[in-house]
Design a protein around this ligand. Sequence first.
Ligand code: MRU
Length: 352
Amino acid sequence: MSFTNTVIPRSVEWKETYIRLLDQQKLPAVTEYIKLETVRDVWEAIKALKVRGAPAIGITAAFGLALAAKQYETDNLDEFHSQLTRDHDYLASSRPTAVNLFWALGRLVKSAQRAVSVNEAKTSLLHEAIQIQVEDEATCRRIGENALPLFKDGDSVMTICNAGSIATARYGTALAPFYLAKEKNIHLSVYACETRPVLQGARLTTWELMQADVDVTLITDSMAAHTIFRKGISSIIVGADRIAANGDTANKIGTYNLALLAGAFQIPFYVAAPLSTFDPETKSGADIPIEERDSKEITHFGGQQIAPDYVKVFNPAFDVTPHHLITGIITEKGVLSGDYQSEIQKIFKGEA
Ligand code: MRU
């Protein structure tokens, strides 16, 4: 069965002279697509969370670098590569935690290294960016297929943030099994934590699942324990921004709380992520850089001040869930569990 009535939105599209981007900051009140015409537009869109979610950030940055390179006027290959390095570094400075950003930009730079002319380099960059997006869609579908057998008809599953279609090329990671369940007429209910302070759960996860007619219920983050208990939540599934060599996982702030709750309630806690979110170079969660964002995200709500002037604020955008709290990491290559260090090593040896 196919998605006849199911809408699975896409957030990033290459349009030759610009990138068409769904402005995720305006959702759900306004569905607006904006044009990114320069590398600066792309940097600002990533920084301001107009596009967010690890794979979508990587895809947008990849198109951003291809777009920047397209606009270089030089015919000199050395000059071209030095401009490319400058724009690579600029885009890489937009956000620090999601490793997909660095992974995608690195893939692009590598793809241009073989070129013998500026024109060939420009073409290679664009092909690589398109390839990253195409691969991500197939990868997310595989993640959904690998995740689906972990749930049974009638299950209620909790999630946080938005690891959905608009955070990837399509389908999402943590939300992919819900789209696939819909295709197969398997009924799964989703409980979406609102995800303070930027509300990706309230604004984005509910928005995209409702469009696809997936059963979704919104709760505030502080309702998680009560909801697990009262609504019989059978498992929790989340996305990831960076997975270290030992399986420690950085994801949206609040994820660690849910992992601890899953342990307390003895329900499975799953992470769903593509291999592009793994960072075997980072030994453990302690080495993952955690972005801290503007204090206004906490002191203000809908433009209204909700905390005293000059209050001290700590606003980490992500936390790290230690690997021992994770029941399984669902990838496009299968579900990892147990000794994550050696499972991750094995999977990357296979890739190499
Ligand atoms: O700050 P955000 O909205 O970019 O954070 C996004 C998340 O934490 C997602 O769960 C993660 O990137 C996975 S997206 C498939």
